[in-house]
Ligand binder design. Structure first.
Ligand SMILES: Nc1ncnc2c1ncn2[C@@H]1O[C@H](COP(=O)(O)OP(=O)(O)OP(=O)(O)O)[C@@H](O)[C@H]1O
Length: 574
């Protein structure tokens, strides 16, 4: 199967002007191993996710055997089954209760017969489990980090997709596992590999082709040996050289010339030995030999000509411009935002009538003006479950049991349902106000603003440390839940081969997702609590840094606005 990308671009979800991938043109042929290399943040993982059908291009096309991968905003499922993705931290893509279920989840979309399924599982276990730790009923979470990585690779290989798209597959793997992986890649007879990696030593000797990325664009595309002869190009793209090519460079400085494309230690050693023999022979003849020209020196990298990377200053300027555009709320002092938040929350909680509640919702809604779209999308993800919770609460509250009724003993009280609706709507406005505060205030500022308020209580000898820790954790958790949900839903979609619009999850995948999501949250909560406890010095709260707390005129205006809203809400509360 051939994969072809034509003028493909991907924009950031929160800023359509920020291109993560720029005008990518690429044809990947069956039977090839292609490396994606580039500095961190150059777009390798993004490109892999596009190739895997996880991320939809903003413009341009991705074709598989000349058929489009995306049709009407949905990815074609038949194609999806032919693509397999392993994530940058493959152990994090595990979520089932047992190793058996991990394999079952990966193989289910392929609808295999029991015998074939068993055969593939056994083959993958033989390849990836040399120490026999993959007992089928064992929990994947009882494996070590390296073993979990092996298991994640085993489940992906067992599905046997045509194309394996691997993000940093050797990171965290022991040498024996890396050797095994290389053997499997070499031994594969069909399909192809695209491997995003910083591990040039391992993969350069194996690759047919190397694509160099820089700031979302392809800046070079050629055979590994050719690229080794262009060290300046790799240096410009922020990529080092494989060790063997570095050795060749270093030897050249000492007058020993070997070609820089001897990419395995064995080939390099042979070349060095040969060069030393030549030198010894020359010295013996009393001849002053000049260093021979390096093999292939001055050749150009095959395929595309290298394009200059965007000037760092220009990139910096556009990043600053984007930040300025988004940061109106972020620039405000966290103390002002805390005060506004408290005023609006108290004002909201006072409301007993729908009119007052609607009036309280107006300033909260206004707070979302100018906020990046990705943040709004995060808010929508909170809104949906909350609306379901509201509907259920209202329904249950309205149900009435009337023992005296002659016919049906169950009735529905609209009055009670209505009053519950008022209560949960009030809660809803408070939750949304909390989301606004968390989303518009960097975490450090949030904590410092809170500490500023609490120091007055502390002076009054009130025990506020634990309270500060708890509140800080809660506010840290709201965005964390959303980002973890996003991460897990991507993994579930990649492994479950669901032909869905990006950002959505099948109902049947939710049970599989919930447990690992909760486990991951608990783990993160523990990490965060320890980190925050450690930040306390001698039992004191995190010290205030004046540079994070800068009160400006806009903050005064904001607080005055908050006080006015609060007074109005107090007046209309009944
Ligand atoms: N959803 C997103 N919204 C905004 N920017 C994003 C998003 N996803 C990735 N980016 C940005 O896109 C750029 C490319 O990220 P990507 O993960 O593809 O880089 P990478 O080359 O794989 O890096 P690494 O080698 O560190 O894994 C980064 O600058 C990253 O911050």
């Amino acid at each position: 199967m051939t994969i072809e990308l034509e003028h493909l671009s991907v924009c950031a979800s929160d800023d359509q002007h920020h291109e993560l991938l720029k005008d990518i043109n690429l044809k990947l042929h069956n039977g090839t191993v292609t490396l994606l290399i580039g500095h961190t943040g150059s777009g390798k993982s993004t490109l892999l996710q596009v190739l895997a059908g996880i991320l939809q291009p903003s413009s341009g096309k991705i074709m598989l055997d000349e058929q489009p991968l995306w049709l009407k905003g949905k990815v074609d499922r038949a194609h999806l089954l032919r693509l397999g993705l392993t994530f940058q931290f493959p152990e994090q893509q595990l979520f089932a209760g047992s190793i058996r279920r991990e394999f079952a989840y990966s193989l289910r979309p392929y609808g295999l017969g029991a015998q074939e399924r068993e055969r593939r599982i056994q083959a993958a276990r033989e390849d990836f489990d040399p120490h026999g730790v993959f007992a089928m009923d064992r929990s994947p979470f009882a494996l070590s980090g390296g073993e979990q990585r092996r298991l994640a690779l085993a489940t992906t290989f067992a599905a046997a997709p045509d194309w394996l798209l691997m993000d940093e597959p050797t990171a965290g793997l022991e040498a024996a596992a890396v050797r095994e992986l290389l053997r499997l890649i070499r031994g594969r007879e069909r399909g192809g590999f695209v491997i995003a990696t910083h591990d040039l030593d391992t993969f350069f000797p194996l690759a047919d082709r190397v694509i160099v990325m820089d700031h979302g664009a392809i800046v070079a595309d050629g055979a590994p040996a050719d690229l080794c002869r262009e060290p300046e190009l790799l240096a410009r793209a922020g990529v080092g050289l494989p060790s063997c090519a570095e050795v060749a460079q270093s030897l050249a400085g000492r007058g020993i010339a070997i070609a820089p494309d001897r990419l395995t230690p064995q080939l390099a050693a042979e070349a060095i030995e040969e060069a030393l023999l030549v030198r010894a022979a020359s010295a013996g003849r009393g001849l002053e030999r000049s260093a021979p020209p390096l093999a292939g020196a001055g050749s150009h990298v095959g395929g595309r000509a290298a394009e200059p990377a965007p000037a760092p200053a220009a990139v910096e300027a556009s990043a600053q411009q984007a930040q300025r555009k988004q940061a109106a709320w972020l620039r405000l002092d966290p103390r002002a935002k805390w005060l506004l938040y408290l005023l609006l929350v108290i004002g909201t909680m006072l409301q007993q009538q729908w009119v007052g509640l609607a009036a309280a919702a107006v300033p909260v809604a206004l707070g979302f003006i100018g906020i990046p779209r990705s943040v709004l999308r995060g808010g929508v993800k909170i809104v949906w479950p909350f609306l379901i919770f509201m509907a259920m609460s209202v329904f249950l509250a309205g149900i009435q049991y009337t023992a005296t009724s002659a016919h049906l003993p169950i009735g529905f009280s609209v009055e009670r349902a209505w009053s519950t609706m008022l209560n949960v709507t009030r809660l809803f406005v408070v939750v949304i106000a909390g989301y606004w505060l968390a989303a518009t205030t960097p975490y450090g500022q949030l904590v410092q603003g809170l500490n500023w308020a609490l120091q007055y209580f502390k002076k009054a000898k009130l025990p506020v440390d634990s309270f500060a820790l708890a509140v800080s954790l809660i506010f840290r958790f709201i965005p964390l839940i959303l980002s973890e949900w996003q991460r897990f839903s991507t993994i579930v979609r990649a492994r479950g081969k669901a032909a869905l619009r990006p950002g959505t999850v099948r109902a049947r995948d939710i049970p599989a997702l919930v447990v690992p999501l909760l486990l991951s949250m608990f783990y993160k909560a523990e990490e965060m609590t320890v980190a925050m406890e450690m930040k306390k010095v001698d039992g004191k709260l995190l010290s205030l840094k004046s540079n994070l707390l800068r009160w400006q005129r806009a903050d005064t205006v904001l607080v005055i606005g908050g006080v006015v809203c609060f007074v109005l809400l107090v007046v209309i509360r009944k």
